[in-house]
Design a protein around this ligand. Structure first.
Ligand SMILES: [Ca+2]
Length: 420
């Protein structure tokens, strides 16, 4: 690369530092409540929708914290198949899903066992694959696991959730027994886009299932329809039934499993310290959003959104707010392309207590969203120079990031600890 003259370099840096403010000149620089000066927003690129304005201060481009920990990266495992999700087992090993349709146990030292037998067939092309995995709340007694996947079906495919008993063997592999498909997102549709998904057990033992709206114009509109399972969050029992008290149980024609509607493609979900569900969904270009989805509420897609179509055109009427729809807690323009997320309560990073750690595929790192009440106070980023597919907190408080390299079809697991 040609070296720029000194004067020009400095001008470029000044421009990039202030770009976040240039985008929203009416937003003043925030200051931490404890008096420590906050930094400039980490995002300095031009927004894709420069004419859109946030609904409230701090809804996008929050400042960086005044103090950020140094982060040490250590590759725990490499040469793994392209992974989608990671869960820690009670014995300290890791259970990982591979997009191609395989499930592996990875030792704490990073050695992957052979593929576990009994995994149902999946659609692994496009955005399909074996997707999220969650342990049953009583896993230590039951050995039951739950996983979501792009299920091949008559006439197309769709996101489904299955439960199974994990029976490990001495070779580091094992078998799934008593596999039961407990939930199928409907309708079936024939493409390979926007399957979601994440699985999160509530404190009461119910299962939140997040999905996508299958992307194309016709199914996309169904995100607003209560008779369709596209673009929704569901709350089901471990047997796959609607949970008593779900918001649309009494609504004629509505799917009783629906928890919330108006979502695009939800690949990120976690509970906060109070047991409330938070999600990050892939928006259109410039419209990724963090929400705390509540029962029966409408999160807007595709009627209301930040950002623009991939083509650059406005989405629908280009509306960013509408009565009867919820504003995101926070949004990103340009996008981070969210993957997995975790709520941080570990001891390794005192600075991250009570923050969400969100994997970024496009932002190629971990986004740390610090909260003040139910709003984002600061946004910090840990660059990993790789697409991050999942983020989990280990029992010792270290952060584990799953990366993916689509060209080689492989993944690494990276352990993040605090620099002394
Ligand atoms: Ca929304």
């Amino acid at each position: 690369m040609t070296r720029l003259p000194r004067l020009m370099t400095s001008a470029l840096i000044t421009t990039s530092l202030t770009a976040g403010l240039v985008a929203f000149p009416h937003l003043a620089l925030a200051t931490a409540e404890d008096g420590a000066p906050a930094g400039l927003p980490v995002e300095t690129a031009e927004p894709n929708a420069p004419s859109q304005e946030p609904a409230f201060i701090g809804q996008t481009r929050a400042p960086q914290p005044g103090e950020m920990p140094g982060v040490v990266q250590e590759v725990v495992a490499e040469g793994l198949p392209q992974l989608w999700a990671l869960e820690f087992l009670p014995d300290g090993r890791m259970l990982v899903t591979a997009k191609e349709g395989a499930l592996h146990i990875v030792s704490a030292e990073g050695e992957a066992g052979p593929a576990i037998e009994g995994v149902p067939g999946v659609v692994s092309s496009g955005q399909g694959g074996l997707l999220d995995v969650a342990l049953a709340p009583d896993f230590e007694q039951s050995s039951r696991i739950y996983f979501s996947y792009a299920e091949p079906r008559e006439g197309g495919n769709g996101t489904s959730v299955a439960a199974a008993t994990l029976v490990p063997d001495e070779a580091g592999g094992g078998t799934l027994e008593d596999v039961q498909v407990i939930f199928q997102q409907q309708p079936t549709y024939d493409n390979t886009k926007h399957f979601g998904s994440r699985l999160v057990f509530s404190p009461e033992g119910d299962l939140y299932v997040t999905v996508g709206e299958r992307s194309d114009a016709e199914p996309r509109a169904q995100a607003q329809e209560l008779a369709s399972g596209l673009g929704k969050i569901f709350r089901i029992t471990p047997e796959g039934e609607a949970v008593e008290g779900n918001p649309f149980i009494g609504t004629e024609g509505a799917l009783p499993e629906i928890w919330s509607l108006g979502h695009r493609n939800l690949q990120s979900a976690a509970l906060d310290g109070e047991g409330r569900l938070w999600t990050v969904e892939h928006g259109p270009r410039g419209g990724d959003e963090l929400n705390m989805p509540e029962a029966g509420l409408n999160y807007g897609w595709p009627e209301v959104t930040y950002g623009v179509e991939y083509s650059g055109k406005v989405v629908g009427d280009g509306v960013t707010a509408m009565e009867g729809t919820q504003q995101p807690v926070y949004y990103w323009d340009p996008v981070i392309a969210p993957s997995g997320m975790a709520y941080y309560e570990g001891e390794e990073f005192p600075e991250w207590q009570g923050a969400f750690l969100i994997g970024g595929l496009v932002s190629q790192g971990v986004v740390v969203a610090h909260l003040d009440g139910d709003r984002v106070s600061y946004e910090e980023r840990v660059p990993l120079n790789a697409r991050v597919r999942d983020v989990k907190v280990a029992p010792d408080g270290a952060v584990y990031a799953v990366t993916e390299d689509r060209q080689s079809g492989s993944s690494q697991i990276i352990r993040l600890t605090r620099e002394d």
